[in-house]
Design a protein around this ligand. Structure first.
Ligand code: CS2
Length: 498
């Protein structure tokens, strides 16, 4: 058996040359970024970009202080503490070449539930110029349709009663900004890195609503001392499998308790709106722009929607991974025609070449046979994703009296998905914060199809749009009679060039 080494600073030098190790002195790194939510995605994306900047250009000012706020994050906290903040990025090329790169940019780590005051204090320290976040679509506590902040969310109500023991990012930021104001310190840039439309503006909206209800004296200070650039973030990053941990041990002699697996592709576009000098991330491929909208629309409506489509249709057909669904010709014909006929007309003309290249690459990215991206990950929290990834396309198309037939089919398939059984009678879990409502309304839809569209928090007024509901009802009736594969074939045959 090959000898392997626990990943930590001490053992780095023992690891074989095939492992890409940080060549910089981590003790010299200054921390100017504090990141909330040290998820796999943060570790494959923002932390990777900062690592590259330090490694290739000796820019030592952009170390990251990782922060997690949820009790459920204790495992990653313990592991990163054990590994001196180091972890392996396991980058898998479609041709089977795998790289193991040890990332060294996370140089500090704090865990909210263990010591909330230490987190607040670190957020308030003047050397932190950027507070970035990946808190997932539902972490903003906003209703996507009404735009109202959910002040009654249990975590929010709890922290309002006990503000020095915050639970949400909003509670932490409020306390940290109070300290900055009191101490006459500057504010900072808040950089949302989540897959939501106008993520910076959304974060600002949520924070200001929260502060207006809990600490109105702070409102002016926040408006004058913070900026919220919007960003588009992109890199397919899976849930880590036990096999990956084993492969790293066998093939690279690394014993990493929680490596991160991702594709080689990475993209990050950021609105140029920083409070202080921005990091020179452009040296490592990041694009700064004045207008983020075209990039953001392209990414959410093509990649994320594409994932959701393969997730729903694939699960109904019994597939388990994105790869399996993406090599099924019928699925891909359907996906491509959705992108070309229904998404493309809603995207900005100014960005046409970029979109063309992006679309070309996309299917190959989905097909990467080494990325074991599970459809169960993709379908998690569909009720938060669909309003962001698919409904905007439907609304734009309806407004211009354009085709929505494929999108209506997808929504009908999602209704059927919530029956919880695939076409081979195998059941699966529906992991969604409103799973009860989804399952109930999907059940009611067997009698009255529109019932599913009446979940207003997801669909808004879509159930009163006749052109849409006609198409949706036709699709649902088809899907309830036949298996999904037959329906996709029929859609593909009927909708050629429509
Ligand atoms: C996925 C994303 O969660 C999802 O539904 O579409 O996590 C996707 O993998 C990333 O946005 C890729 O950039």
């Amino acid at each position: 058996m090959t000898k392997s080494f626990l990943l930590n600073m001490e053992n780095l030098k023992l690891m074989p040359d095939t492992v890409l190790k940080p060549s910089f002195d981590r003790d010299k790194i200054k921390t100017s970024i504090l990141h909330i939510g040290v998820s796999n995605f943060h570790r494959s994306h923002q932390a990777y970009y900062s690592h590259e900047l330090i490694e290739k250009f000796n820019e030592l000012n952009y170390g990251i202080c990782g922060v997690d706020l949820l009790d459920s994050d204790r495992k990653i906290y313990n592991i990163l503490k054990d590994q001196d903040g180091l972890y392996t990025l396991y980058i898998k090329e479609p041709n089977g070449a795998h790289r193991a790169k040890i990332i060294g940019s996370v140089v500090e780590y704090f865990f909210g539930p263990e010591n909330p005051l230490a987190v607040i204090e670190r957020m308030a320290s003047p050397d932190i110029e950027i507070i970035s976040l990946t808190i997932a679509e539902d972490g903003y506590h906003l209703n996507e349709i009404t735009g109202v902040f959910d002040i009654n969310h249990p975590a929010v109500s709890e922290e309002i009663k006990n503000p020095f023991n915050p639970k949400t990012v909003f509670g932490y930021l409020t306390q940290a900004f109070k300290l900055r104001k009191l101490r006459n310190l500057p504010g900072c840039t808040i950089l949302s890195c989540d897959n939501i439309k106008s993520n910076g503006d959304t974060m600002k909206h949520s924070l200001l609503e929260y502060v207006s209800k809990t600490a109105p004296d702070l409102l002016d200070w926040i408006s004058e001392n913070t900026t919220f650039p919007n960003t588009m973030v992109d890199r397919i990053t899976t849930i880590t499998d036990f096999d990956d941990v084993e492969e790293l041990k066998q093939n690279f002699q690394i014993e990493d308790q929680w490596p991160v697996v991702c594709e080689p592709f990475a993209d990050w576009v950021i609105e140029d709106k920083f409070l202080f000098k921005k990091p020179n991330w452009e040296k490592v491929g990041v694009q700064f722009t004045r207008d983020i909208e075209p990039y953001e629309k392209m990414k959410l409506r093509l990649l994320n929607a594409g994932h959701t489509i393969l997730g729903i249709l694939g699960t109904l057909h019994g597939y388990k991974t994105v790869h399996e669904a993406a090599i099924d010709e019928d699925f891909i014909i359907f996906l491509k025609s959705f992108m070309n006929e229904e998404v493309q007309p809603t995207l900005n003309e100014s960005n046409a070449t970029h979109v063309k290249n992006y679309k070309k690459l996309l299917v190959a990215r989905f097909q990467n046979p080494h990325i074991n991206d599970r459809l169960s990950r993709i379908c998690q929290e569909n009720s938060a994703k669909i309003p962001l990834f698919i409904l905007p396309t439907i609304n734009d198309q309806l407004q211009k009296d354009k085709n929505i037939k494929r999108a209506a089919f997808i929504i009908a398939a999602w209704c059927k998905y919530n029956d919880g059984v695939n076409d081979f009678n195998v059941s699966y879990n529906i992991t969604d914060s409103i799973s009860g409502t989804l399952i109930r309304n999907a059940t009611l839809s067997h009698q009255n199809p529109i019932k599913f569209l009446e979940i207003k928090s997801v669909f808004g007024d879509l159930s009163s749009h006749k052109i849409f509901t006609d198409s949706y009802e036709a699709s649902l009736s088809l899907l309830r009679k036949h298996d999904v594969k037959t329906c996709i074939k029929e859609m593909n045959a009927n909708l050629i060039n429509s």
